[in-house]
Ligand binder design. Structure first.
Ligand code: ADP
Length: 425
C-alpha cells in the first residue's frame, strides 16, 4: 500500500465528514476513520481523516488522542498534518484548540521549526475572518448565538485573543491585505511574524479565492490547523486537481433502506416527503421501546418482505411537541438513548438481511448505527447535498460492502431520501 499525502485529525465525527467531503471535491481520494485505526487502510487513498471526539473532552485526553492520531498518520507516510476544528472555533478559554495545536507543533518540531496557521474561515458556509474577527453570516461570532452554546460559549470574536488565551506560543495575524496579494506576500508575512517570535497566525479569509491563494503558501508546512475551508486550497500542492475519480465508490447493489432518529425540522420534512411520494415507512414510538416491546424484531419482520420491492423507511422522527411529550414521560436522555439503541439494532438487522444502501438521519443516531455496524473506516464518495456524501464501508457484517449516507439533522433538501438513492444508481 503506498503512502498517504495528507493526514487529518478532526475533533468530532461530523466535522471529519465535512473535511473529507471538501478534500474529495478537491480531487483527493479520502478515507475517514472512526477513532485511531487499529488496522491497516482498506483502500489506497491520498488523505485520511481520523475522527476523534476531542472537541469537549478533558484537555489532557484531547491532547493524548490527537498525538496518537498524529503518530498513526505519520506511520502511514503523511507528509502534512491538518488539525480540523469547528468553523465557529468551538473551544473553552482553556482549549482544546490551542493545547492540541501546541502539542502537535511540539511533536513535529523535529521536522521544522514550529509555525502554523489557524483559521476557521469557510466562506461557502458563511464563516469569514476579517482583521482576525470571525463572522458567522453577517454577524460577529459572539452575536451569532454561539455566545450561548451549552459547552463552548464563544464570547469573544477576536480569534487572535481567543487563541492567545489558550497558547504558550505567541499568536499573530496574517491579515486580508497580505492574503489578497497571494502566496508570496503571505510567506513574507509569515517570515516577518516569525522574526517577531510569533509561531501561530490567525489568517483572514473572506472568500474562496482567499483560501485558494492561501493554499500554495502552506506547501511544506508540517502542520496546518483550520476549519474545513482551507482544504480546498491544499490538494494542488500535491499536484492533485479536482476530478470525479476521487469520489468513485464501488458499484451499489442490494436492498435500500433509511433509518431516521433525527427530529430536526429538515428531517421531519424529508420523512413527510418520502411518504408523500409513495414510500413505505414504519414509525417507532419511544413509549413502545420503554415498555420493553421488541420493536427491533417487529421492525425487521415488517421490513423483510418489503425490501425486495423498493426503499423502506424506519423512523422515530417526530414533531417537537411529540418529542417533548415523550421526553417529559421518559426523560430526554433516556428517550434518546433507548431510541438510538433500537434504531442501531434495526440498522444492523437490515444490513444482515441484505440492505447494502443505507441512509441514516441524525448525528447521534448515525454514531450509534456506525458503532452497531462495527464500522471503522469509511471511503468518502460523491456529495448528495452540501455536507452529506455517500460513503462506502466493508464491515464484517457486510463483507460485500455497504453504501452509507450519514445525514446530520438539518442537512439535505426535502426529497433527500429519494434523491440519495437516485444519485447512487
Ligand atoms: P440530529 O442530527 O437531528 O440532532 P440526532 O440523532 O443527533 O439528530 O439526535 C436526535 C435525538 O433525538 C436522538 O438521541 C434520538 O434518539 C432522539 N429521538 C429520536 N426520536 C425521538 C422521539 N420521537 N422522541 C424523543 N426523542 C427522540
Amino acid at each position: 500500500m503506498s503512502k498517504i499525502l495528507l493526514g487529518c485529525i478532526a475533533d468530532d465525527f461530523t466535522g471529519a465528514t465535512d473535511l473529507a467531503n471538501n478534500l474529495v471535491r478537491s480531487g483527493m481520494r479520502t478515507v475517514q476513520t472512526i477513532g485511531i485505526p487499529g488496522e491497516r487502510l482498506q483502500t489506497q487513498v491520498d488523505a485520511v481523516v481520523v475522527a476523534l471526539k476531542s472537541r469537549t473532552a478533558p484537555r489532557q485526553e484531547a491532547v493524548e488522542h490527537s498525538l496518537d492520531a498524529l503518530h498513526w498518520l505519520k506511520s502511514q507516510g503523511a507528509q502534512q498534518i491538518y488539525f480540523k476544528y469547528c468553523s465557529t472555533f468551538d473551544s473553552t478559554p482553556e482549549g482544546n484548540i490551542g493545547p492540541v495545536t501546541e502539542a502537535l507543533l511540539d511533536a513535529l518540531e523535529r521536522e521544522a521549526p514550529g509555525f502554523t496557521i489557524a483559521t476557521p474561515a469557510f466562506p461557502d458556509n458563511g464563516r469569514t475572518v476579517f482583521n482576525g474577527y470571525l463572522f458567522v453570516g453577517d454577524v460577529l461570532l459572539h452575536e451569532s448565538g454561539m455566545q450561548n452554546h451549552p459547552l463552548t460559549p464563544m464570547k469573544d470574536s477576536n480569534l487572535v485573543r481567543v487563541m492567545q488565551a489558550q497558547c504558550r506560543r505567541r499568536v499573530g495575524l496574517i491579515d486580508y491585505r497580505a492574503v489578497a496579494k497571494g502566496a508570496v506576500a503571505i510567506r513574507d508575512r509569515i517570515d516577518e511574524l516569525r522574526k517577531q517570535g510569533v509561531q501561530i497566525a490567525i489568517v483572514d479569509a473572506i472568500s474562496n479565492d482567499d483560501l485558494i491563494k492561501l493554499g500554495p503558501a502552506l506547501k511544506g508546512m508540517p502542520l496546518v490547523t483550520a476549519g474545513s475551508g482551507v482544504a480546498i486550497g491544499l490538494p494542488a500542492n500535491f499536484g492533485i486537481a479536482p476530478s470525479n475519480a476521487a469520489s468513485e465508490l464501488p458499484r451499489a447493489s442490494g436492498f435500500r433502506a433509511i433509518v431516521s432518529g433525527s427530529c430536526s425540522a429538515a428531517t421531519n420534512r424529508q420523512v413527510r416527503a418520502f411518504s408523500a411520494s409513495g414510500g413505505e415507512s414504519l414509525r417507532i414510538e419511544p413509549l413502545q421501546v420503554a415498555r420493553g416491546s421488541d420493536v427491533v424484531a417487529e421492525a425487521i419482520g415488517w421490513a423483510a418482505p418489503r425490501l425486495a420491492q423498493r426503499p423502506i423507511l424506519i423512523y422515530s422522527t417526530a414533531e417537537p411537541a411529540v418529542v417533548k411529550d415523550a421526553q417529559e414521560r421518559l426523560g430526554a436522555q433516556r428517550a434518546g438513548a433507548l431510541l438510538e439503541q433500537a434504531l442501531a439494532e434495526i440498522a444492523r438487522g437490515l444490513v444482515e438481511r441484505g440492505v447494502s444502501q443505507l441512509v441514516i438521519a441524525g448525528g447521534e443516531t448515525a454514531g450509534a448505527c456506525v458503532q452497531a455496524l462495527e464500522i471503522a473506516q469509511l471511503r468518502i464518495g460523491p456529495q448528495i447535498d452540501p455536507g452529506v456524501p455517500w460513503c462506502h464501508a466493508q464491515p464484517t457484517v457486510a463483507p460485500d460492502g455497504l453504501h452509507l449516507a450519514l445525514k446530520s439533522g438539518n442537512f439535505g433538501s426535502d426529497d433527500f431520501f429519494t434523491k440519495a438513492f437516485t444519485l447512487l444508481t
